[in-house]
Design a protein around this ligand. Structure first.
Ligand code: CA
Ligand code: CA
Ligand code: CA
Ligand code: CA
Length: 600
């Protein structure tokens, strides 16, 4: 899966996508696949990664010596992760300037080294890379007996690595004496057994590194517009155009989710919890701390999910959904609702890829449900897995609202968001401050990404230039505690999650279907009349979702934002013009910053 923030290294992927399969692979050239649901997922060799399986008895010294020889070969960089070390895998990412054939030949030569047991396949699946190891997740039918399960495993000469303590009839198995590629065929045979729901490789999933869009230094000046009565006192609120767009900065007035009007109706309440299923949330952030409940780390099974210093994505998502409101910093749409941070992945260095597993993600989703999260906010996607699909089913069956980012490829809606046609989840596309669908040429100037679109989009929401929380101090995206420029369907998703939480606070018994219907039917129709593939049922309107009166016009006793714009003095108009010009300058500058930003 990928973080749906500001696009991915798609260009890099495309660079290599047209090369044919290269010689030197140690495994069968027969088309590899695995089954997800009833669908055969074809496995095509990755052009970016190769993996070498070390012999289990390799000494530390021998391993170090081998790694030196890999470095010396100069064909690829070694990816690091405790997960890879645990599997005894040396993972190589192709070095810039090395051709696919040279890469394959170089790896083949290295695989002849004494400490190497085999070369393991790495496959490209729907935008991510999946490394095959000799481990498989087998789910037997709920009514399968121990004898039946044992018979299936014995017939395949499979051995049990671990028994899942939370999920009945679920095992991790391996096939002793087999290469990973041979084991895949055996797993596929097991998958066809009528007592088996699925047998899926325990892939190590490599999520492309995502570009960072850093805007260092001071935040842009907040427009000097008085807040309407009832709006929060957070000093950065006036820069959160997505909550209340006055039109005095970039964009147009009311291209927003009508947050102040929603808050006139409800702040939500602290019994409602949004799980941020991501790379961890900084729980000590002053604008999040009071909101945090029962953090969980699915990457190691404990409750310490604090993000790595460079992993700012989860903290940014959390602030949009439900930052502490009416205090410092930014406001969160879910004013009084709480946040459950759930870490499902992390990168091992700044700008590095996520190296994770579907089993971790499954555990993260299920644990969020078991710990009582009402809304699950998922700003990632890519790949395909029974484990994740069944975890989503589990969440929905337990009446949880599941929100997924559509993706940032300016293409079809990615998995799992694209399951919204068969599962009651909410797939979210992105808009900008002009209420345009986010494309590479929309007025926001972020030319390097466009929102995904298609019939699976349920709703759209703002997803550019999102002011939100950042890991404190120099860590995270920005030098301070806030980030002015978070983006992607990643950022639109927690906004929808925040609105869903407000709806649930008003209607505690509502099913995911009712919540989704309410968000859809109350959205502001944009683009082509009625449902369309870009905006879905429309752009989120949190006020209308609560059944509020959502008139941006001036309340009787105060100046509304519109009112102020309409009664500007010439001096104010000049100030606003200057702000507008500075905003335009920043917009023009951003793509340049993006291009020079380190991408790996
Ligand atoms: Ca508005
Ligand atoms: Ca705040
Ligand atoms: Ca920071
Ligand atoms: Ca429409």
């Amino acid at each position: 899966m990928r973080l749906y923030e500001s696009g991915t290294l798609r260009a890099l992927a495309l660079l290599f996508c047209c090369s044919a399969a290269v010689p030197g692979a140690a495994w069968s050239q027969e088309q590899a696949y695995y089954m997800v649901g009833g669908e055969r997922i074809s496995l095509r060799q990755s052009n970016t990664y190769r993996a070498l399986q070390m012999r289990p008895d390799t000494s530390v010294a021998k391993r170090a010596e081998f790694l030196s020889s890999v470095e010396a070969a100069g064909i690829g960089t070694i990816e690091t992760s405790p997960l890879l070390i645990q599997h005894g895998i040396v993972l190589l990412r192709i070095r810039e300037g090395v051709g696919p054939a040279a890469f394959s030949q170089g790896v083949a030569a290295l695989s002849e080294s004494e400490p190497v047991e085999s070369e393991n396949p790495v496959y490209a699946v729907a935008g991510v890379d999946q490394l095959l190891v000799n481990e498989f997740n087998v789910q037997f039918a709920s009514d399968a007996t121990p004898e039946e399960m044992e018979a299936v495993l014995d017939a395949a000469n499979a051995e049990i690595v671990s028994v899942n303590e939370k999920i009945p009839n679920r095992y991790v198995i391996r096939f002793p004496g087999r290469t990973a590629r041979e084991a895949l065929d055996l797993s596929n045979d097991i998958a066809e057994h009528d007592r088996v729901d699925f047998s899926e490789p325990n892939f190590v999933v490599i999520v492309p590194a995502r570009p960072r869009v850093e805007r260092a230094g001071a935040a842009p000046s907040a427009p000097s517009v008085p807040s309407p009565t009832g709006t929060p006192g957070d000093p950065l609120f006036s820069s959160q155009w997505y909550l209340n767009n006055t039109g005095s900065g970039a964009g147009v007035a009311d291209a927003d989710v009508d947050a102040p009007e929603a808050w006139d109706k409800s702040h939500g309440n602290s019994t409602i919890i949004i799980a941020i299923i991501d790379e961890g949330v900084e729980t000590t952030h002053p604008d999040l701390q009071a909101k945090i409940v029962t953090p969980y780390d699915a990457t190691d099974g404990d409750n310490n999910q604090e993000p790595n210093p460079w992993d700012g994505h989860g903290t940014a998502c959390a602030g949009i959904a439900a930052a502490v409101t009416d205090n410092e910093g930014v406001a969160g749409l879910g004013w009084d609702v709480r946040i459950m941070p759930v870490r499902i992945a992390y990168s091992n260095f700044s700008g590095g890829p996520w190296i994770t597993t579907y089993a971790w993600i499954e555990d993260g989703i299920r644990t969020a449900v078991d710990r009582g999260a009402h809304v699950l906010s998922n700003s990632w996607g890519g790949g395909n897995s029974n484990l994740v699909n069944t975890a989503i089913d589990y969440a929905i069956a337990n009446n949880r609202v599941v929100v997924f980012a559509a993706g940032n490829d300016a293409g079809p809606v990615g998995w799992p968001a694209n399951l919204s046609d068969t599962k009651v989840l909410i797939a979210v596309s992105a808009t900008n401050e002009w209420d345009q669908f986010k494309t590479k040429t929309s007025s926001d100037g972020e030319t390097w990404w466009g929102s995904n679109f298609g019939p699976e989009v349920n709703i759209s929401a703002p997803g550019v230039h999102m002011y939100t929380t950042d890991i404190t101090g120099s860590d995270g995206y920005a030098s301070g505690n806030y980030f002015s420029n978070f983006n992607g369907t990643s950022s639109a998703t927690p906004l929808v999650a925040g609105a869903a939480a407000l709806v649930l606070a008003e209607h505690p018994g509502w099913t995911p279907t009712l919540v989704r219907n309410q968000l859809q039917s109350s959205a502001d129709d944009k683009g082509a009349s009625g449902f369309d593939d870009q905006f879905g049922h429309g752009r989120l309107n949190a006020c209308k979702a609560l059944g509020g009166t959502c008139d941006d016009g001036p309340p009787p006793t105060t100046c509304s934002t519109m009112g102020v714009v309409n009664t500007l003095s010439s001096g104010q108009a000049l100030v606003n013009l200057a702000l507008l010009l500075s905003s335009l300058f920043l917009l023009l500058l951003l793509p340049v910053l993006r291009r020079v930003a380190p991408s790996a």
